[in-house]
Design a protein around this ligand. Structure first.
Ligand code: PAF
Length: 302
């Protein structure tokens, strides 16, 4: 696996992957497919699941690692965000990635950089309210990554459901030819043994906070159970907020029932309309995100 931090070198290396290592367009079976897995590093099993999903669909996998300053607010954790390029590269090599694209900030945003991408509507709710400008930063860097790598498809975790919806909208609206919206593939959230969604920010939790954080997914599963049985979302979500506060979360930014695609808020579950329960809540120094499909959970007993 090659690690590349210059754009001109990246373009040559991606062209070689597409041509099966041959010069020009000399690959007899046509160009090979390339998948992109954008990340900010500090990789965990959730990221490795993205690489595996990408390997299952494409001939070659390019992973990007870039801690994107544009998506951090002034009082957020840009400086503290874990950076461990060597360790990440070892994990990616073991997972079978073909190329690691690790641009510098100067390479991504040269002096005078002045253009941003903004996905209206979807960015003005949920995390967009608590983190103004965050999704402009995400949409801008993801658009740049697509243009730089020119992948045939790209893989993102479902853990950040709003981000996934925004990236799909952006790819559709801007005719990002590679990849189109349908080539943006969401991969189910990977969870710890107690059900906590894996996140690079889980590193900020103390041992006690880590145990308490397990209340998030348990509370969400309980709320979904009540909502699919027909209870109105309002009182169920009020109970969920209270449970989270009792467990040690000091602030709940949102705990909402939303349409899975448009993210419009829903008052109750409507069979046949895909919905998600989305939560963002603070514990210790971490702001944890989670979301789950709102559908009946079938156990082995039925
Ligand atoms: O989900 C992330 O890790 C980031 O938001 C992304 C998509 C890599 C853009 O910086």
């Amino acid at each position: 696996m090659q690690t590349i931090s210059r754009l001109d070198t990246l373009r040559v290396a991606v062209a070689a992957l597409k041509n099966g290592g041959k010069p020009g367009n000399a690959n007899a079976d046509g160009p090979r497919t390339v998948a992109l897995v954008p990340t900010m590093g500090a990789l965990h099993d959730g990221h490795i699941a993205l690489v595996r999903a990408a390997k299952a669909r494409a001939d070659h996998v390019v992973v990007s690692i870039f801690v994107n300053p544009l998506q951090f607010g002034p009082n957020e954790d840009l400086d503290a965000y874990p950076r461990q390029l060597e360790a990440d590269a070892r994990l990616l090599r073991a997972a079978g990635a073909d190329l690691l694209w690790a641009p510098t900030v100067e390479q991504m945003y040269p002096a005078g950089f002045a253009t941003t991408v903004s996905v209206g509507g979807l960015d003005a709710m949920l995390c967009g309210t608590a983190r103004p400008g965050h999704f402009d930063g995400v949409a801008t860097v993801v658009t740049k990554l697509f243009n730089q790598v020119q992948p045939d498809m790209a893989f993102f975790g479902e853990k950040d459901w709003q981000q996934l919806a925004i990236i799909r909208r952006c790819a559709r609206d801007l005719d990002l030819a590679h990849p189109r919206a349908e080539a943006i593939i969401g991969v189910p959230t990977v969870r710890e043994a107690d059900g906590l969604a894996m996140s690079s920010r889980n590193k900020y939790l103390s041992a006690d906070q880590r145990i308490a954080a397990g209340a998030l997914n348990r509370g969400m599963a309980g709320a979904i159970d009540r909502i699919v049985r027909g209870e109105d979302a309002g009182p169920v979500l009020a109970d969920l907020r209270e449970q989270l506060r009792d467990a040690g979360f000091h602030k709940v930014d949102y705990a909402d029932l939303r349409d899975a695609e448009t993210l419009v808020e829903l008052a109750r579950h409507d069979v046949g309309r895909p919905a998600r329960l989305l939560v963002a809540a603070h514990i210790g120094k971490a702001r944890l995100l989670d979301n789950m499909a709102v559908e009946p959970v079938f156990t082995a007993q039925g």
